[in-house]
Design a protein around this ligand. Structure first.
Ligand code: ADP
Ligand code: MG
Length: 232
């Protein structure tokens, strides 16, 4: 099932999202505060443990939302930069290595020898790569491989991120990128929405090719920025 992901109507919802995101962060923070406040009461040790566990869980929840959403904290576009694609992939891989290790996932990275450049906001591109790599790792319950490979054609670079995870049904593929669509117990359903929006802003495209029970491949197509002598 090969599907082009960027859909205008999905992206429209993104701009209306800031308000509801602040809810998503504020609610767990408010809950955490409440339970921390209760800790100052005279309460038995096991209740104290319970309350602090809940507070920590709520704080983790807030962190998750911010992690997936970080780039939208600043709605106004930042300055565009010339991005070294290899460097950014390498960096994103470094960020997710601890998660991969925790999930017994092996990361296979094969970069092109020659360096290619594209244009966009570097931090946002990072966020997009990290969100997709994270999903790949999280999709694999038992030892699996996450393979990142590259190729280029004419004036575009192609990045494939292939996992051996649970895969997606057609229904799930259709909903991919919808705000809050998640199949995970602790998911935010924000990672893919953020990724679409970022790749769109870079005038690129995301494709997904997924087989339920087999695995998923996300493909990013990005325009190559030709003039390497450019200095920002
Ligand atoms: P979250 O990861 O918090 O659930 P995302 O927006 O990152 O939110 O992903 C939304 C949903 O898309 C996931 O819950 C999962 O169902 C599906 N998904 C995304 N990437 C993959 C993947 N590599 N393999 C299987 N399912 C995926
Ligand atoms: Mg995710």
């Amino acid at each position: 099932v090969l599907q082009k992901l960027i859909k205008a109507e999905k992206l429209q919802t993104v701009s209306h999202l800031a308000a509801s995101i602040s809810h998503e962060v504020r609610n767990p923070l408010t809950a955490a505060r409440g339970f921390i406040q209760l800790l100052s009461n005279d309460i038995p040790d096991d209740t104290r443990k319970l309350y602090s566990d809940i507070a920590l869980k709520e704080l983790d929840r807030a962190t998750e939302v911010i992690n997936d959403y970080l780039t939208f904290a600043k709605p106004a576009p930042d300055r565009e930069e010339i991005i070294n694609i290899n460097e950014e992939i390498q960096h994103a891989v470094n960020v997710v290595i601890p998660l991969a290790t925790m999930n017994s996932v092996e990361i296979q990275l094969s970069l092109l020898d020659e360096e290619y450049f594209t244009k966009g906001e570097r931090k946002k591109f990072q966020q997009c790569l990290i969100n997709i790599l994270k999903n790949g790792i999280e999709s694999m319950k038992t030892n699996g491989e996450l393979t990142i490979s590259q190729s280029f054609k004419d004036d575009h670079i192609k990045i494939d991120i292939q996992d051996e995870g649970v895969g997606m049904t057609q229904e799930q593929i259709n909903r991919l990128g919808e705000p809050y669509f998640t199949t995970k117990e602790k998911g935010t359903g924000l990672g893919m929405m953020v990724s679409y929006s970022i790749i769109k802003s870079m005038r690129g495209t995301i494709y997904v090719n997924s087989e339920y029970g087999e695995g998923t491949c996300f493909t990013l197509i990005l325009p190559i920025f030709q003039n390497k002598s450019y200095s920002a």
